[in-house]
Design a protein around this ligand. Sequence first.
Ligand code: PGA
Length: 251
Amino acid sequence: MRKKIVAGNWKMNLDKSSSEHLVKEILESTQEKKDIQIVLSPPFIYLEQVVKDCVSRPDVLIAAQNCSAYDNGAFTGEVSTNMLKSIGVDYVIIGHSERRQFFSESNDVLMNKISLSLSNNLKVIFCCGEDINQREKDLHFEIIEDQLKSTVFKLSANDFSKIVIAYEPIWAIGTGKTATSDQAQEMHGFIRSLITNNYNKDISDNTTILYGGSCKPSNAKAIFSEDDIDGGLIGGASLKSADFTSIISSI
Ligand code: PGA
């Protein structure tokens, strides 16, 4: 059966002491549950410390927010998948709309990052999502299909089974506008049917598909209760331990 995951993407927020404090509070106010995975995704600079802080909690895994599209060598400022693996990171978030938009990451760049992550035994949280114009023109299904076909659907079945998909409508990220649970379920069901067509039902049934975009304590329960929604990728609300742990307990 597929895993339920609640992942906190801190983005470029928090200083060192607030990051340590947040981790401490999250660990204190949650208990290990077999079927739920908590994922914390701090900025690179705090990753190693957060890995160490969570070592006694096998249900809490750590994600990098990005990785280099290159293996190693003369790439000033970059962090390789091999380095991430060597400090105990478990996941890499790839394809987030902020990286596509502000750092011009193309499908080819995303594919390089995915391949390098998988070859270094890192799992991938792969984000997809349409913008408001595409949604208003009723192009959202087409856009998501295209984003998946140009990237993760090129993987072998074995490699695809290491991918978690996060559906994040761009118009809902950081805006306070959440997709309704019907809108989210409709897209998650569509993504699952695409996985069945591209691979098979077994792989589709076992793929975790997260929702992201203004998910908060007040709407998490309704969103997570939908059949094809297996948890969330949480931005703003993952920076406050009370909000994040309340979202975790909604699953
Ligand atoms: P948000 O961000 O929860 O602040 O909308 C979600 C994300 O970007 O992953």
